[in-house]
Design a protein around this ligand. Structure first.
Ligand SMILES: C[S@@+](CC[C@H](N)C(=O)[O-])C[C@H]1O[C@@H](n2cnc3c(N)ncnc32)[C@H](O)[C@@H]1O
Length: 205
């Protein structure tokens, strides 16, 4: 793992060790926002057919419970760069036979879909240019191991200036929409209408 991600992994390992399996343990303010994000990302999934999905940056696997209440037939793999997260998720979901968890940034096998909630936000003291390159290479990665589509969210550059923090990355939604449209698919949706200081992009292949 490169230096940039090693620091991020340490940051999140500390969160889960301090707060446990709850939204604050993955650095979210609360359950409502966490689930609202899942609802946006999961619009890329297909409710009418069985599918496989990778949850990139799965944390303690909260998305798995959301999927279980909204979809019937799916296989789930959660990947995370924090070994403390993978440990927590594996223990919490030990009874679920259609789910597994792996340390790292990509699954061992391709899946139909990938979703990533919150992995592009905390940049710590990384340079903004390096962080933008990291986002682009992560999207390339998600494109490579998925066959049907992927979705991700980012904090928005349209946030109020006085609320912005130096350790967080605020992305330009138009720039990322353009990259996805040009590189990955004609069918790209930008969702910037769900009341949080962020946006979600869905790429349907
Ligand atoms: C804000 S938390 C969100 C966790 C989960 N997606 C949720 O919404 O409950 C971000 C998680 O992504 C992980 N992460 C960050 N960058 C990653 C990357 N490039 N690949 C895999 N995991 C990553 C962190 O370790 C952390 O557990």
């Amino acid at each position: 793992m490169n230096d940039l991600l090693s620091s991020v992994a340490r940051y999140y390992s500390d969160k889960i060790q301090r707060f446990g399996n709850e939204p604050r343990g993955v650095d979210w303010n609360g359950h409502e926002g966490q689930v609202l994000r899942f609802a946006q990302l999961c619009k890329v999934l297909d409710p009418d057919a069985a599918f496989s999905v990778t949850d990139v940056g799965c944390g303690y696997g909260s998305l798995l419970d959301f999927l279980g209440t909204h979809f019937e037939r799916f296989d789930y793999v959660g990947v995370d760069i924090s070994d403390a997260m993978i440990h927590a998720a594996t223990q919490l979901h030990a009874d679920k036979t259609h789910a597994r968890f792996q340390l790292g940034t990509r699954p061992s096998h391709p899946t139909d879909f990938a979703v990533a909630s919150g992995i592009f936000n905390v940049k710590l003291d990384s340079d903004s240019g390096a962080w933008r390159s990291y986002i682009e290479s992560t999207l390339e990665n998600m494109h490579e191991f998925t066959t049907r589509g992927f979705a991700f969210n980012c904090l928005t550059g349209y946030s109020d200036q006085d609320k912005m923090r130096a350790d967080l990355h605020y992305a330009d939604p138009c720039e990322l929409f353009d990259i996805c449209k040009r590189k990955y698919s004609r069918n790209v949706a930008l969702l910037h209408d769900y009341g949080l200081y962020e946006f979600t992009i869905l790429v349907r292949k």
